[in-house]
Ligand binder design. Structure first.
Ligand SMILES: N[C@@H](CCC(=O)N[C@@H](CS)C(=O)NCC(=O)O)C(=O)O
Length: 363
């Protein structure tokens, strides 16, 4: 058996079908996730300046579709004969048609185009796919032949792509709803042991962060923060303290949300104006609430809740990392108790140690 090393970004994209083929085939491979900050130095060393790249016995190969076809042939997912291979190819191309408009929209955040995609383009291609599915075993098996093939695996990755947070549509939470046979197929594929196992190990909502607890991937940062707070003793000494901590966490969320909403603004002038207004109005209002609550406990000279540091203080620290930008280092100047708290948290021995050790990152 050759040794395989797959290099791709830490996302699904063009790498996922390759990973799934390895997983379903039960073939050992190294899943190397390239961080974006390492990409510029790696790019010139790859065959075509792109990922994915598969190393087969140390030799690099590029082009995702060529790689998937090769692996499908090697491990029995490309049909029993040329005719089946042709039928599989047809499904692959249809999946491409399903994804192509989204790839073209990447990073645009154009709501009208997205609506049109889910209203018109996606149903058209899904209709074709359902028709093809129904030509085999009346649509109750797999796309081609009697066993799962690259066609089904590709369909699975395409459906995940269409419904990922970047492209999902609130009006169409599930594009497969009107395609009962495809929907049942999607369920059938996801139930296959190896696929179910792989999916369980993936990000639960196609987003990061996620935390693996005893091998199970769990998403949603705030829920995870609370859970760790409970488990590690930073979520209050009793339910009342937990409630007070939750209130601070939600206020911190209210404090930072309008600021994070400005990040996606493309118009630089408009963005400047929004940020200016944020620091003049929204930030002081929420910081005022936070200072008032802080002062209710130990006259504001300790921590937000109780007598020791809690998740409330940690969330505040994390949020201040966003709010105190180099242009707005003075945002806490009118809130002397909060400012002192921020310094106190940063001086906490374990936090100070972490702040010293944590890598420099752009955000
Ligand atoms: N036809 C190529 C396209 C590869 C491609 O566009 N890769 C993207 C990621 S999905 C990439 O490497 N982008 C980074 C860059 O071009 O610098 C394939 O299927 O492998």
């Amino acid at each position: 058996m050759p040794t395989y090393k797959l290099k791709y970004f830490n996302g699904r994209g063009r790498g996922e079908l390759i990973r799934i083929i390895f997983e379903v085939a039960g073939v050992k491979y190294e899943d190397v996730r390239i961080q974006y900050e390492d990409w510029p130095s790696l790019k010139p060393k790859t065959p075509f300046g792109q990922l994915p790249v598969l190393e087969i016995d140390g030799k690099e190969v590029s082009q995702s579709k060529a790689i998937t076809r090769y692996l499908a042939r090697e491990y029995g997912f490309y049909g029993a004969n040329s005719r089946e291979a042709l039928d599989i190819d047809v499904v692959l191309e249809l999946c491409d048609d399903l994804m192509a408009p989204l790839i073209a929209m990447f990073g645009e955040n154009d709501k009208e185009k997205n609506r049109k995609y889910h209203d018109e383009q996606a149903p058209k291609v899904l209709g074709h796919l359902e028709k093809v599915l129904c030509q085999n075993n009346e649509g109750s098996g797999f796309f081609v032949g009697d066993k799962i093939s690259m066609a089904d695996l590709c369909f699975l990755t395409a459906v995940d792509f269409v419904s990922c947070p970047m492209f999902a549509s609130p009006e169409h939470p599930d594009d497969l709803d009107s395609f009962t046979k495809l929907k049942a197929l999607d369920g059938r594929i996801r139930c296959q042991n190896k696929i179910a196992d792989w999916l369980k190990r993936q990000t639960p909502f196609g987003q990061l962060p996620m935390l693996e607890i005893d091998g199970q991937a769990i998403g949603q940062s705030k829920a995870l923060g609370r859970y760790l707070g409970f488990v590690l003793g930073f979520f209050g000494a009793n339910p009342r303290e937990s409630l007070d901590i939750d209130v601070i966490c939600e206020l911190c969320d209210d404090l930072v949300s309008p600021l994070s909403a400005t990040f996606g603004e493309q118009d630089e002038e408009k963005k400047k104006e929004l940020v200016k207004r944020y620091y003049a109005e929204s930030a002081p209002r929420h910081l005022g609430h936070l200072e008032r609550l802080l002062c209710k406990n130990n006259e504001g000279n300790g921590f937000f809740v109780g007598d020791k540091i809690s998740v409330a203080d940690m969330v505040f620290l994390a949020v201040m990392d966003w709010v105190l930008t180099p242009e707005h280092t003075d945002a806490l100047d009118s809130f002397t108790k909060l400012k002192a708290l921020n310094d106190r948290i940063r001086a906490h021995d374990k936090i100070a140690d972490w702040l010293k050790r944590r890598p420099e990152t752009p955000f």
